[in-house]
Ligand binder design. Structure first.
Ligand code: NI
Length: 136
């Protein structure tokens, strides 16, 4: 962590009261960490919505590997996605279902395209997408 800057903030008492109650329930020990997390969440959201630059993240897929061609289609999508796929993990959940986890980096629009395209493949039952950025 870099240098720490202290600053004063003026807020309505009711607002800070509600904030303190909320962050206490969430397990925060002080406002500083809670505010830093809010700022970082806002930066991730902006990066995702702006569509500019690169984000990193995780895609989770659950699919029935017995469905015709699903494995090949998902592999093809990954090869053509034009994003960095750092790592993939495949877990055989049961006789039918597979869980695949992809660690990825790339432009938001390309990541969204991959997720949308994978969602529409027959046999894919669920897709999760968790996005973050390389934090300051
Ligand atoms: Ni499997």
């Amino acid at each position: 962590m870099g240098e720490i800057t202290r600053f004063g903030v003026s807020l309505p008492s009711e607002l800070i009261g509600a904030f303190d109650e909320k962050i206490k329930a969430m397990g925060y020990e002080n406002r500083s960490k809670a505010i830093a997390d809010l700022i970082r969440n806002s930066m991730v959201e902006s990066a995702w919505k702006s569509g500019k630059g690169e984000v990193v993240g995780v895609v989770t897929l659950v699919y029935d590997h017995h469905t015709s061609d699903v494995v090949n289609k998902l592999l093809e999508l990954q090869h053509e996605a034009k994003i960095d796929i750092y790592s993939t993990m495949h877990i055989h959940l049961d006789h039918h279902n597979c869980l695949e986890i992809l660690a990825i980096k790339g432009p938001p629009a390309k990541i969204k395209s991959l997720a949308d395209a994978a969602k529409s493949v027959r046999g894919v039952k669920h897709i999760g997408l968790t996005i973050t950025i390389n934090m300051k």
